[in-house]
Design a protein around this ligand. Structure first.
Ligand SMILES: [Zn+2]
Length: 252
């Protein structure tokens, strides 16, 4: 047993953790959905040695928060991931599992009580570890294609309204020029540059390949969730551009 880092959490220890690489402090939060039929089944799995997965926290539908791994330790939630060129995301982050059956369960909505608890937990971790808003991310952001959680129904706007995360109002979907798989050239290179600058793991080579399509879909899932199709339409590009220009690290 250990004392919870978040005062409101119940402790249910998981054996699945190790040391953070080179004693790195967490400076990002990765949000997940459990993707299982029930929260209790997910918690059981996260605590089984043979699963080799865990998270720091799990948030129930009713807002109850369980801590599984001390924040000082490296929980095993992100898997093969990358952000801003860093690949050991588990060493860099706090992992929060949010109980929700996810895509396999038809993407049911996240109850308000649950989101209020997620907000409070993120605010608390964010203040204690000085986590920048733009480093509160989806699992799908750090592992595009491979992961789709917490999903396009996750209410990022509700978090942002409470000062958690980085978001801009998505640009409306209209007609006009778009880029998609198979396209190539300078505009594709510019798109890849913007996505990579924001943090996504994407090579800049001007070919709109499968990887680019997957990263565009990951971006849409978080920032333009109305249509997640991997096509870089003008709404997607405009939203990305405005997100970049509003980055605190650009001093604006
Ligand atoms: Zn996940």
């Amino acid at each position: 047993m250990f004392d919870p880092d978040f005062a409101g959490a119940d402790v249910v220890p998981s054996p699945n953790h190790g040391g953070r690489r080179e004693g790195r402090s967490p400076d990002m939060i990765v949000l997940h959905y459990t993707g299982m039929p029930t929260a209790d089944a997910a918690l059981d799995w996260l605590c089984r040695p043979e699963s080799e997965v865990s998270s720091h926290y799990m948030v129930y539908e009713d807002g109850r928060i369980v801590q599984l791994v001390p924040e000082s330790r490296r929980a095993w939630h992100a898997g093969k991931s990358s952000w801003m060129g860093e690949i050991d995301i588990n060493s860099a982050s706090i992992g929060i599992e949010i109980a929700n059956p996810g895509h396999p369960g038809g993407l049911p909505p996240f109850p308000e009580k649950q989101i209020a608890a997620v907000v409070e937990l993120c605010q608390d971790c964010g203040a204690r570890w000085q986590i920048a808003p733009e480093r509160v991310l989806a699992h799908s952001d750090v592992a595009p294609i491979r992961k789709v959680d917490p999903g396009e129904n996750f209410p990022w706007a509700a978090l942002h309204a409470a000062g958690v995360g980085h978001l801009v109002e998505p640009a409306p979907i209209t007609g006009g020029r778009f880029f998609q798989r198979g396209d190539s050239g300078q505009p594709v290179e510019a798109l890849q540059s913007m996505l990579a600058y924001y943090g996504y793991a994407l090579d800049i080579h001007g070919e709109f390949d499968a990887r680019t399509e997957g990263v565009v879909a990951a971006f849409q899932r978080h920032f333009r969730p109305e249509k997640v199709d991997g096509v870089a339409d003008s709404s997607t590009i405009d939203t990305l551009h405005r997100l970049l220009t509003s980055l605190p690290r650009l001093g604006s």
